[in-house]
Design a binder for this molecule. Structure first.
Ligand code: PMP
Ligand code: GLN
Length: 382
């Protein structure tokens, strides 16, 4: 959590955005869109501010949003939630993850994640005093090995974090893998925490929430957020849903982290969650064409790739363009090509970097002209 000199270490995402700002390079590092999402969602926030929705909302979130989250879970996944007791609004998925792990994990408890992993899982596990165990996902298909998953979960496991659709790999875990997670959690009495922030940005098979599987709901805290779906990453409206007994524990921590958050953005995200299905499909289709654009550009430049099924990112092997050290490559990429990317080694445990050494993550949640320019620049690498 702290750098060697005791200062606060910047996250890899902040570091790479700063590098882009400093060098003027195209920022395909940190995952945030450079265009606004649905106009109704933006307008609803303006309207809420104009209507005076500017003071502390209720600690568990405004009723309009809790009801919209419950309706969304029922409509898309057939999950029934009591919006009074089983839905909690948080400051982004990040706060939901923080409050959940701080609530559930005690010193020495084990937390299992797949690897590479979103940086917050490792940092929050350490902050809670837990021990982080991982199940590797290997380039280029990034499917977990079921024996390795079985071996990682034991009676010491308190939490299994399932991030599907997965950042950074763009993998979607199949139903069999998710069912195995539920089976292992039941056998070892662990809690499942899901991170589903890319739930609406899948390009192939429909998203399957773990809590919709048989036997899962009672031991699962499901986490998502409006930031990715509606291109409002700066609003930080997220949520945790699940059985009241678990959600109460998450609320107990949340109320002294942020207490409440984002009053005028809550009804706006409720508006977004209530949009017709075809609008969600359009969001995914638009992103898919951006994926295809950058995938074509990276292939043309000579990279080997794992084509993602979902999300904001594509993972490329820089060894194929003569750069076996992904960290060094990312540091030099602004100068080599005027582009910024994130080294995959930043998203794995320091002791397990070797298999990921030459891999880098590029974000394609950017305007078409930006992706075209980035592709043209990367083509000059060779
Ligand atoms: N989980 C994953 C996998 C993410 O990629 C992100 C966003 N970068 C988050 C959580 C954080 O979401 P939020 O911005 O809603 O806190
Ligand atoms: N989730 C985004 C990413 O993976 C950024 C999040 C952050 O900056 N912490 O790039």
């Amino acid at each position: 959590l702290l750098a060697d000199d005791g200062s606060v270490a910047a996250t890899i995402f902040a570091e790479m955005s700063a590098l882009a700002a400093r060098t003027g390079a195209i920022n395909l590092g940190q995952g945030f869109p450079d265009e606004d999402g649905p106009a109704e969602v933006l307008e609803a926030a303006r309207q809420a501010i104009a209507d005076g929705v500017n003071q502390y909302p209720p600690g568990i979130g405004m009723p309009v949003l809790r009801e919209a989250i419950a309706a969304h879970q029922r409509h898309w996944y057939g999950i029934e939630l009591d919006p009074e007791r089983e839905v909690l609004v948080t400051a982004g998925a990040t706060e939901a993850l923080a409050a959940t792990l701080l609530a559930l994990v005690d010193t020495g408890d084990e937390v299992v994640t797949f690897e590479p992993f979103y940086d917050a899982y490792g940092a929050l596990t350490a902050r809670a005093g837990g021990i982080h165990r991982t199940v590797p996902l290997r380039f280029p298909d990034f499917r977990p090995d079921t024996d390795e998953l079985r071996a990682a979960v034991t009676d010491r496991t308190r939490v299994i974090i399932v991030n599907s659709p997965h950042n950074p790999t763009g993998a979607v875990f199949d139903r069999t893998t998710l069912e195995l997670v539920v089976e292992l959690a039941a056998r070892h009495d662990a809690i499942i925490v899901t991170d589903e922030v890319y739930e609406h940005l899948a390009f192939g098979a429909a998203h399957v929430p773990v809590s919709s599987l048989a036997g899962a709901f009672d031991r699962t805290v499901s986490i998502s957020s409006g930031g990715k779906t509606f291109s409002t990453t700066g609003w930080k409206i997220g949520w945790a849903t699940g059985p009241a007994r678990l959600i109460e524990q998450v609320l107990a921590v949340k109320q002294f982290l942020t207490y409440v958050n984002g009053a005028p953005f809550q009804p706006a995200i409720a508006t977004g969650l209530s949009l017709p299905d075809d609008r969600f499909a359009l969001l995914a289709d638009t992103l898919r064409s951006k994926r295809d654009l950058l995938v074509t550009g990276l292939r043309h430049a000579g990279f080997e790739l794992s084509v993602p099924d979902t999300g904001y990112f594509v993972v490329a092997d820089a060894a194929a363009v003569g750069h076996p050290d992904g960290e060094a490559f990312c540091r030099r990429l602004p100068e080599l090509a005027g582009v910024v990317a994130v080294p995959m080694t930043a998203l794995v445990h320091p002791d397990r970097r070797e298999p990921y050494r030459s891999l880098v993550r590029f974000a394609y949640c950017k305007r078409v002209d930006v992706l075209e320019e980035a592709s043209a620049r990367l083509a000059r690498l060779g």
